[in-house]
Design a protein around this ligand. Structure first.
Ligand SMILES: NC(=O)c1ccc[n+]([C@@H]2O[C@H](COP(=O)([O-])OP(=O)(O)OC[C@H]3O[C@@H](n4cnc5c(N)ncnc54)[C@H](OP(=O)(O)O)[C@@H]3O)[C@@H](O)[C@H]2O)c1
Length: 267
């Protein structure tokens, strides 16, 4: 990809995305420029990633692909600042929560090619799940470029924009739910006598391995669960306890409540 990529915002998410792109060779250091608000971030990221950093957002917006990676509360001001630099020849990608394509066109300009995305925080370890949706102006080439960029720090899929609230629940918020599951599993192991530090390794690696089984084998999660539960065994006793205590209902409630909150916030 011989394209210049600009980032407006170089915080947790912006940096995670840049790292994925650089690590996977989608762009070289001299093809990436990022802007931020403070001198401290400018110097830190320049030395950490070896890319050009600036405090001038228009400089970062002058690229083939422009990421908007600032917090939603500053996005309208930043958009007003760089709007005059943006053109139809660029691909604009927003990662800001709560800004749908209509709002993005309103603050940035109607004729632009814009892709709205929602990555999640595992982007920081190269394992994000990102949802993307594109506007009517975006081309197949834009979509291919975006998918390649997002696949560099995890997995990415296009979804209709109407599914972005579901995405908020199932991947945006769900890392918090899974951290709670890991913490609870580790608590139980500690109660059984395992040292705390070791308990987190056992619990987290088991979650990681189980997720990988679902993704790599393509088998139904229920089928994989059945394969672990031998007759009169230990696992089926645990499964029965989870059913009694309502694990499935609790998780369905958590994902749907987060999706509903996302719908409420966008009204
Ligand atoms: N964190 C998540 O879970 C998550 C997940 C998906 C999507 N998102 C979205 O990702 C976006 C960024 O979140 P984040 O967690 O990366 O935020 P963050 O760590 O706070 O980073 C924000 C960045 O924006 C810069 N900034 C602030 N004001 C600016 C301005 N006026 N002009 C240029 N840059 C400015 C900051 O610069 P300084 O460092 O110099 O202050 C910082 O580099 C948000 O819109 C959020 O909705 C976040």
């Amino acid at each position: 990809m011989r394209k210049k990529i600009g980032f407006i915002g170089a915080g947790n998410m912006g940096t995670a995305i840049m790292k994925g792109i650089l690590k996977n060779g989608l762009a070289s250091k001299d093809q990436v420029i990022a802007s931020c608000h403070t001198e401290e971030t400018k110097n830190r990221i320049a030395s950490e990633l070896g890319i050009e950093m600036t405090l001038d957002n228009c400089e970062a917006a002058n690229a083939d692909i422009v990421f908007f990676a600032v917090k939603p509360n500053v996005l309208p001001d930043v958009a007003a600042e760089v709007k005059h630099v943006l053109t139809e020849d660029q691909l604009i990608i927003s990662i800001a929560a709560g800004f749908d394509l209509k709002k993005l066109h309103f603050i940035l300009g109607g004729d632009l090619h814009i892709i709205r995305s929602m990555p999640n925080t595992p982007a920081m370890v190269g394992e994000a799940m990102s949802a993307l949706c594109s506007d009517e102006k975006s081309t197949d080439d834009d979509r291919k470029t975006a998918i390649d960029l997002f696949n560099s720090f995890g997995k990415a899929e296009f979804v209709p924009e109407s599914l972005m609230d579901a995405v908020t629940g199932v991947s945006g918020s769900s890392p918090a739910f899974i951290y709670m599951v890991i913490e609870a599993m580790a608590d139980a192991a500690v109660a059984e006598g395992m040292p705390r530090k070791q308990a987190y390794i056992f619990a987290a690696q088991s979650v990681l391995g189980s997720a990988k089984m679902v993704l790599d084998t393509g088998r139904h999660p229920g089928e994989l669960k059945d394969a672990v539960t031998s007759p009169s065994g230990t696992t089926i006793e645990g499964v029965a306890a989870l059913e009694r205590d309502g694990l499935r209902a609790a998780m369905i409630d958590a994902v749907r409540t987060a999706a509903q909150k996302s719908r409420d916030l966008s009204k």
